[in-house]
Design a protein around this ligand. Structure first.
Ligand SMILES: Nc1ncnc2c1ncn2[C@@H]1O[C@H](COP(=O)(O)OP(=O)(O)O)[C@@H](O)[C@H]1O
Ligand SMILES: [Mg+2]
Length: 329
């Protein structure tokens, strides 16, 4: 296999559905062996991009290559180097876990003994060995996801796409999935995953690309993105509303956030310890009692809010409730 350039290169990819412009020119590259999270709210176009990269959908314009193969002109070659786990499980519920994996091995033209060996390996690795011979319809949500992911790995592809791998999973299954994905990167896979969860991107990805309004609006390591929203904040908790009000007057700058119910106040800490020291001195002079004091580093939630002007998940959840996802299998 020839290996030209980066594992994944995306140049000015555009896609519309009717008059709806979903992707308005997406550019980025993913070096071999790294893991990138495409982070964006529901409807941002994450699945559309993954479908284009995995040859299931043709872009209107632009170019994308996977291991040097063009996703349109060399689609067969692309299919030979990728594994895809879609947003919804694509397993056959009436087959057992083992049968599902063996069927995939057959589709990928692995030999019978190789298929059996690889299936057993994956069942073991993803904690499905005990349930291997049960029909998949008896599996929990977490187990189905793990089986789905395992089936995308049957032919050991070097490039993996995971579309919202943990959406809808309980916390324990989610952690398990994170561990699996983390191990795959350690084994050298190149991974592009999509997520609506900032903590997931933060936890797993080397780099994060934020997709909003059809464009990548920010791209970088989790720390680079966090640095964009500025410095850490100091939060003070006072013993009374009166103290809070007095402190508010002393600070009187526009970066403060006040919570009158909890008697807390937070302020951007642009001068580090110096600032903290001078504030505490001023509070003492004015007889203001500080109950607790804490420092807060910016989170990816802050980044998302600042970049997009909206919270990452709250409004999507509301959307979901109004209009349950179609096409759920
Ligand atoms: N086949 C399609 N036909 C028409 N509209 C579509 C189709 N697929 C996706 N869309 C629309 O494109 C937008 C992006 O969808 P999608 O890529 O699934 O977003 P995400 O995966 O980020 O939630 C949504 O508004 C969705 O309704
Ligand atoms: Mg999607």
């Amino acid at each position: 296999m020839t290996k030209r350039g980066n594992a994944i290169e995306i140049k000015d990819i555009r896609k519309s559905f009717g008059t709806l412009e979903v992707l308005k020119g997406i550019n980025f590259v993913i070096p071999r062996g790294s893991i990138v999270a495409l982070l964006g709210p529901n409807g941002a176009g994450k699945t559309t991009l993954i479908r284009i990269l995995s040859t299931l959908l043709t872009p209107d314009a632009g170019q994308a290559t996977i291991e040097g193969f063009d996703v349109v002109d060399e689609a067969d070659n692309v299919r030979g180097v990728i594994g895809l786990t879609g947003q919804y499980a694509a397993i056959d519920e009436y087959l057992s876990g083992r049968e599902n994996l063996e069927m995939m091995g057959h589709l990928y033209h692995l030999s019978k003994p190789d298929t059996k060996k690889r299936a057993a390996e994956l069942l073991e690795k993803f904690d499905l060995a005990d349930a291997a011979n049960r029909p998949a319809k008896t599996y929990s949500g977490g187990m189905s996801r793990r089986l789905d992911l395992a089936s995308s790995l049957i032919a050991s592809p070097p490039i993996l796409f995971f579309d919202e791998p943990t959406t809808g999973l309980d916390p324990r299954s989610r952690l398990m999935m994170w561990e699996i994905i983390d191990n795959l990167t350690k084994e050298g896979a190149t991974i592009l995953l999509t997520t609506q969860y900032l903590d997931e991107a933060d936890q797993l990805a080397d780099r994060i690309a934020v997709l909003d309004g059809g464009m990548i609006i920010a791209e970088g390591t989790p720390n680079q993105l966090k640095a964009k929203v500025g410095n850490e904040r100091i939060e003070f908790e006072f013993d009374s509303l009166e103290c809070l009000k007095k402190a508010e007057k002393i600070i009187s700058n526009d970066s403060i956030l006040v919570n009158e119910e909890k008697y807390t106040l937070s302020v951007a800490n642009d001068k580090g310890v110096k600032k903290l020291k001078s504030l505490l001195e001023e509070f003492e002079k004015s007889n203001i009692t500080v109950v607790t004091l804490s420092l807060h580093k910016p989170t990816l939630d802050d980044v998302f809010l600042k970049l997009t002007g909206h919270q990452a998940t709250a409004e999507e959840l509301a959307e979901e409730e109004k209009e349950p996802k179609k096409g759920k299998k």
